[in-house]
Write a protein that binds this ligand. Structure first.
Ligand code: GPW
Length: 838
């Protein structure tokens, strides 16, 4: 039908304000958006206005690809990946969109000709912090790779109104500030009210008979919440594919609103509204340590139910039947946070769509796969049965039924092994019944994977060993990766340009091609430019440190960096013990030779994690003493950068000389920061943990600083009876370091401040810092020596980058596609946008 709107706009050509790519058109579009979207005259506009106008200019250029991708997915017979995750740490969108659309240079030029600076505008964007750390950032890297590889895929999660808190440091302590990231509006989301779904909570179940007299179960909820989809485009790199990240916002169900409102119960209406909206209000700031709070379970069920209903609705519309769902949908569970999916899918199929149990179970098992991200026993999610029953009564019944049938099978395979049954059961029976989400996810999925080779081996031998005995074929490894588009091209443009000049630009899609850099390792001009780029990146970070911490750092010193969530198993305090040791060495021997170092830390602590917060305070306390002391001047500096985030990471990784990956062996499932450092030419000091092992394998042991106990040695020591105090007694330097901390040397106003930290190390030391201390200090001495040999260090740095190709998330995603999801790329051809035909 020819509408008036279509008639009026049918003369628009490709070079219009919304799709045109010439500098002139981009400038005009930018000015136009400033006027019509931001409602500002150019002379009155501020940087937020520029950022918004430029974002809309860029978004317009994404929309054609995005809508075309949706059209192709709608029309073709395809299989789609659904990545369910409670966290997506996407990072800033504008710079990434410009990179992936190949628009960066032209926009930079257009902005320049408008009298502005693009990098300054990019800094205005609030960093969407809808995740805690590695797990959420992995989800974002995976979406980038899926779109780049042209795989039909959709991310599903929660649109938190408040993301991870902003961290400020006051008197050395972490202070949490709410993250109002939506304050100025979000140009990257499109609200799809028409796809709103209803989510039930609470109430009870009842049996009823259908017309043929067959019994069914019905769930009568006590309240209903609406899920409103907010869609964000996810552009692939140099491809037409733009996938969708669909995040759900919780709102009050309409009937509830009106019932209370119409009867004059305004307080009641408001209370319902608040209760509903609370569900997507705030991200839980715990990493690797879940808290069994009711609201958290509500969040998990909310986004799972929204997403599965959405998937089923779309599938039914296209195919009219559900038996073939596994041929068209692969659903990946990002840890157990969405594991309630298994029960919800069964409920939807059996209760709402009338399928038989066995058929529903076949569909469920063949659709879902589960990724485990931790071995730490306290991080495995469990929910008390009473809470579960009050919030999700029907799901508890379904879980009991799944468990009953599963344990019956086990009994026929392994008769009379009560202990095996108790370990495998989805319900933990001792000490208050609990639902074990990892067991539910494992039973309900056809594939279970770990995130690095060692981690998967330990899963098979330890945490999930009983399941591995039942179903060895379910278990597989998928070593993590990171996207080189954000973490090299966007973060380190100078290095990227040098690399492309030498080996061409295709490495950004085929990261293994970085190997070609090895043939330039002896090229002295190349080596010199390599060093200059690192130096310039260090200078940028030094400027940031001066601006934010008022500390002057020497760019010729080793930038020795540990950035990640603060956790005892990650051992930021091992780094700190060594810093104190260096400080004391200088104090004892003021003329000692030492390679100058700048120690840089960044990372957030969970607000309720006392020891992690004390570690932050300790780092800052040591920094205060060290940075002020003229005796160590020119040799040591310590800096804690507040509010570490994806965007701060983009500044930090390219500036690092040394990457600290020093977790207790067997505790870090993979790590992904380790990969970002390596790709940017930092060398690693690390333990044989997580993906460190594979990084070392790739770059060569001579290009990696290894220290510490192995996972097996850690376990053996624990069973043999580990006594940390023995190390204290027998190691003089370590004793001095711990004594100074315990005595209050770094906390003059409060001498006992760090006693809990020292006591914990002397009496328990769950993460074996004292056992690893000397090996770490010795290894750091080797680092100091190695850095003095500039040429050798340059060679090692180049080889680290040249051999980092394995750690592209493209490689990881290809493995998921081939071995778990069985999905293929779908080509998206662009049709010129013509409103007359739209
Ligand atoms: F506990 N990871 C994380 F397994 O960032 F759920 N948050 C988490 O809550 C968990 C894991 C969980 C991290 C791992 O600690 C890290 O080793 C891994 O590289 C990352 O997940 C991505 O797999």
């Amino acid at each position: 039908m020819q509408t008036d709107v279509a008639n009026q706009t049918s003369n628009i050509t490709v070079e219009d304000d919304r799709t045109g790519l010439s500098i002139e058109t981009l400038k005009r579009a930018f000015a136009d958006n400033l006027f019509y979207i931001q409602g500002k005259l150019a002379i009155l506009a501020n940087f937020t206005d520029y950022y918004m106008a430029l974002s809309y200019t860029t978004r317009d250029r994404l929309l054609q690809r995005w809508l075309q991708t949706l059209k192709v997915y709608h029309e073709q017979d395809i299989k789609t990946v659904y990545y369910l995750s409670a966290e997506f740490l996407m990072g800033r969108h504008l710079g990434n969109s410009l990179i992936n659309l190949d628009l960066y240079e032209s926009i930079a030029q257009a902005v320049k000709e408008s009298g502005l600076d693009l990098t300054e505008i990019l800094e205005q964007e609030p960093d969407p912090g809808l995740g805690n750390g590695g797990l959420g950032r992995l989800a974002a890297c995976f979406l980038d790779s899926l779109a780049t590889l042209e795989i039909p895929a959709m991310g599903y999660g929660i649109r938190y109104e408040f993301g991870i808190f902003n961290q400020s440091i006051q008197h050395g302590w972490q202070v949490e500030i709410p993250d109002k990231w939506l304050r100025c509006g979000n140009p990257w989301e499109v609200v799809r009210y028409e796809s709103t779904v209803q989510v039930k909570f609470g109430g009870h179940t009842e049996i009823y008979n259908d017309d043929r007299g067959r019994p069914h179960t019905r769930w009568i909820p006590s309240f209903t919440v609406e899920g409103i989809p907010h869609d964000t485009p996810v552009p692939g790199y140099q491809t037409n594919t733009v996938n969708t990240l669909r995040l759900w916002k919780a709102e009050a169900g309409e009937d509830f609103n009106f019932q209370a409102f119409n009867s004059g119960d305004y307080d009641g209406a408001v209370a319902t509204k608040i209760k509903s909206e609370t569900i997507s209000k705030v991200l839980y700031p715990n990493d690797n340590t879940p808290q069994g709070r009711q609201l958290r379970l509500e969040q998990q069920f909310f986004f799972v139910s929204c997403s599965l209903q959405d998937i089923i609705r779309r599938h039914l519309k296209k195919y009219g039947r559900l038996d073939n769902l596994p041929e068209h949908a692969a659903v990946q569970l990002n840890d157990t946070h969405p594991a309630i999916s298994i029960a919800e899918m069964m409920r939807l199929l059996v209760d709402e769509h009338g399928l038989f149990w066995d058929e529903a179970w076949r569909i469920t098992q063949s659709t879902f796969a589960y990724t485990n991200h931790t071995l730490m026993p306290e991080a495995l999610e469990k929910w008390g049965v009473p809470l579960f029953e009050s919030l999700l009564p029907r799901h508890l019944e379904i879980i009991y039924e799944i468990n009953h049938r599963f344990l019956q099978d086990v009994q026929t395979w392994y008769p009379d092994d009560e202990e095996l049954l108790a370990r495998l059961s989805i319900i933990e029976e001792n000490g208050g019944k609990q639902v074990r989400m990892a067991n539910l996810a494992t039973v309900g999925s056809h594939a279970v994977n770990g995130v690095a080779a060692l981690h998967t081996e330990l899963l098979k031998q330890d945490v999930l060993s009983d399941f591995y005995k039942l179903w060895p074929e379910k278990f597989n490894n998928k070593t993590n990766g990171v996207t080189p588009r954000r973490w090299v091209l966007l973060a380190n443009p100078a290095l990227s340009e040098l690399i492309s000049e030498k080996i061409g630009g295709t490495w950004l899609k085929h990261l293994d091609e970085l190997r070609k850099l090895e043939s330039f390792v002896d090229d002295s001009d190349f080596r010199q430019r390599w060093r200059q780029i690192k130096q310039a990146n260090k200078q940028k970070l030094a400027d940031y440190i001066m601006a934010h911490n008022c500390v002057e750092v020497d760019v010729n010193s080793i930038f020795d960096i540990q950035v990640k969530r603060i956790h005892e198993y990650k051992r930021q305090h091992l780094d700190l013990l060594h810093i104190i040791a260096l400080y004391l060495r200088i104090k004892q021997n003021p003329h000692i030779q030492m390679t100058p170092r700048t120690f840089i830390f960044g990372g957030k602590a969970a607000p309720g994690y006392f020891m992690a917060k004390l570690i932050i305070k300790a780092i800052n306390a040591v920094a205060d003493v060290v940075n002020r002391d003229p005796d160590v001047h020119g040799r040591l500096k310590v800096v804690f950068l507040a509010n570490f985030s994806a965007s701060l990471g983009q500044l930090i990784y390219p500036a690092a000389d040394l990457s600290e990956q020093i977790s207790t062996a067997g505790k870090e499932a993979s790590g992904t920061g380790n990969m970002k450092f390596t790709m940017n030419g930092a060398l690693t000091i690390g333990t044989l943990d997580g993906a460190n092992i594979e990084i070392r394998e790739e770059v060569g042991e001579e290009n990696f600083f290894l220290f510490g106990l192995t996972a097996a040695e850690v376990e053996k020591m624990k069973t043999d009876g580990y006594k940390p105090r023995d190390y204290y007694e027998s190691n003089e330097e370590l004793r001095h370091v711990l004594d100074r901390l315990a005595m209050g040397y770094f906390s003059p106003g409060d001498k006992d401040l760090f006693k809990p930290l020292v006591d914990s190390l002397l009496n328990h030391d769950d993460y074996m810092l004292l056992a690893d201390y000397q090996a770490y200090a010795d290894c750091q001495d080797k680092v100091g020596e190695a850095y003095k040999d500039v040429e050798q260090w340059t060679t090692m740095s180049i080889l680290n980058v040249a051999r980092s190709g394995k750690f592209s998330s493209d490689r990881t995603i290809k493995e998921y596609c081939d071995e778990i999801w069985h999905v293929k790329p779908v080509n998206v051809e662009l049709e010129p946008y013509d409103p007359a035909k739209a």
